[in-house]
Structures are given as C-alpha cells and as structure tokens.
Design a protein around this ligand. Structure first.
Ligand code: SF4
Length: 306
C-alpha cells in the first residue's frame, strides 16, 4: 500500500477522547485500499480514553504529569514496522499531535501553543525515508500535477522561472538578484528539454513552476532545477512535486541535486524529505560554493533497506 494515514483522519475514533477528525479525502483513500490507517498511540498500548500528552524537553508527558515516552516510542516502532511490511512510501499525518505531528507540535505547556517540530512516530517514519505530509499540506497540494512541457508554454515557463529566481535571490542571496544559467532564456529551456526532462508544475490547472531533471542509465537521477512562483510558496507544492517525481520515475534509486551554500532554506527543505549533504563544490561560474545533497529512494515492497 502506497500510503499510511493517521487513523483519526480516516474516521477511526482513536483520539484521546474517543473522537475522530475524519476527512472525506482520507476516508476515501482508506476505502479504496490506497491508504492503511494507523494510530501509533494505540499501537504503543495506550487506550481510549487516555490523558492528552505533549512533548516537553524531549519527553512525552501527560497532562497529569506522567511520562509516556516509552509507549510513544513503542508505537512509533510498530508504525515503522507496518510501513515496511506494506511497502509504504508516504505517510499523511494529523497536524500537531505528539505522535503524528509533522511541522509543528504543541509545546508541552497544554496551553494550545505550537512550536516547530515532529511527533515521535513522524520522526521515526522520516528516519525510515518515507515522504511525510501533514494533513493540511497534503490536502492543499492535491491539485499539483507534473507533466511534459507543451510547445506553446515556453514563454510562460521562462517568465515564471525569471520571477521565481529573482525573488528568491533578492530575499536570500548575498550576491544580489540573479539566477542559474539560462534562468531567463527561452533558448536555454528549449535546449534543456532536448538533453533532459523539462517538466511543468501545475497547481489548480495553472502553470506554477518548472522542473528540469536528467536520468542516467545507472538508475540515478539529477534534479538540475526546480522553481515555483513566489506567490504560491508555502502551500506544500514543492514537497508534493518531489513526491510525484519519485513516483513518476520509480526506477530511480538515488536522486541528487545541488543548491547554493547560502540557501539554507532550500537545504532545510531538501533535508526534510530525506536528502543528505554529501559534499560541497566551488562553482567558478557562480562565485560561491554549492552543497550537494542525495537521497536513496525506498525500495519496492519486499526489498527493505538494511
Ligand atoms: Fe490520530 Fe495519530 Fe493521535 Fe492516533 S496518534 S489519534 S492517529 S493523531
């Protein structure tokens, strides 16, 4: 099964107070057999009802002050085991939970305050190499598509590339406004589509960005370039694109890319999807170092990573 999904999202009454937070999207995925519902807290041996818990100083503490870390760890291990058995490549997880939270969790004060972070099961699944989404991110990015560029789209794609790189460099680069070779050139993009795969990213059927990748016979792939319109950032589009890319070219066993050493925001984003820094190289042309990151993809079901 391709997806794991937090069981409460799929309509199972497994929350601490015996309720659920069903979303029709995830209930449908479960009913169609696309998603396996899992509740790490129940898998860890906790019952219904149970005291709400939050993460504080690396421990999971109940509102009554009991330390529940062990049960949460056990539930996380069990969840990872199920993911392996099912050959799952992606998990859609309930926002903010001390088990399932991805991106943010409650801060341990039981006052409703959120801090950036991962729940215990989310962290374990991420280490395992699964693609993680929180429910709001996955829902928002549902209409993202990836397809080959059409002849009439070059001008529009280059306008998007130009806007995206200029806006990103103006915000983050110490070198001022600019972009990689050919970022504002129709000719460069036409030539690129001849030596690799130039793909268009659409969101709600509108052109939202582009992706240029090359695939090698040794089953490795290189992401030469990805860009998304600045007004569409923060909607989970980039994460969804990387997931779709791995699905589209599922024979690729390792993906690689590079990014400027000053682009810490990009590095954090890639690392959150399982990419790891492998080296730095100096680019004479650009005048700064590039950080190279790579990701080993999950093997098909039955061939688990050692
Ligand atoms: Fe939902 Fe996850 Fe909490 Fe279970 S542990 S109730 S699946 S958020």
């Amino acid at each position: 099964m391709k997806y794991l999904v937090s069981a409460c999202l799929a309509g199972e009454s497994c929350r601490y107070d015996g309720t659920h937070c069903a979303d029709p999207l995830y209930v449908d995925m479960k009913n169609r057999g696309e998603a396996l519902p899992v509740c790490p807290e129940l898998l860890g041996g906790l019952g219904i009802p149970r005291s709400p818990c939050e993460i504080r100083n690396g421990r999971v503490i109940s509102i009554d002050g009991d330390d529940r870390t062990e049960a949460f760890m056990k539930g996380a291990e069990h969840t990872v085991r199920l993911a392996r058995e099912e050959g799952a490549v992606c998990a859609v997880l309930k926002n903010n939970s001390p088990s399932c939270g991805f991106g943010s969790v409650y801060d341990g004060t039981f006052t409703g305050k959120l801090v950036p972070g991962l729940g215990v099961a989310a962290e374990a699944l991420s280490r395992e190499g699964l693609f993680l989404f929180n429910d709001t991110g996955f829902t928002a990015a549902q209409t993202v598509r990836l397809r080959k560029i059409r002849e009439k789209e070059y001008d529009r794609l280059v306008a998007v590339s130009t806007e995206s790189f200029l806006s990103d460099s103006l915000t983050h680069s110490p070198c001022g406004a600019g972009g990689p070779e050919g970022f504002d050139s129709v000719e460069w993009h036409r030539e690129a589509s001849g030596r690799g795969r130039l793909l268009v990213i659409t969101y709600n059927n509108e052109l939202a960005g582009g992706l240029f990748v090359t695939l090698k016979p040794d089953k490795t792939g290189w992401i030469n370039r990805i860009f998304v319109r600045s007004d569409l950032r923060g909607k989970g589009i980039g994460r969804r694109v990387f997931f779709l890319l791995e699905q589209k070219y599922s024979s690729i066993r390792e993906w690689g890319l590079d990014t400027p050493d000053w682009a810490h925001h990009n590095q954090r984003f890639y690392e959150s999807m399982g990419y790891k820094k492998t080296r730095e190289i100096y680019s004479k042309e650009a005048g700064f170092y590039l950080v190279v990151l790579k990701k080993r993809c999950i093997l098909p079901k039955g061939k688990l990573k050692s």
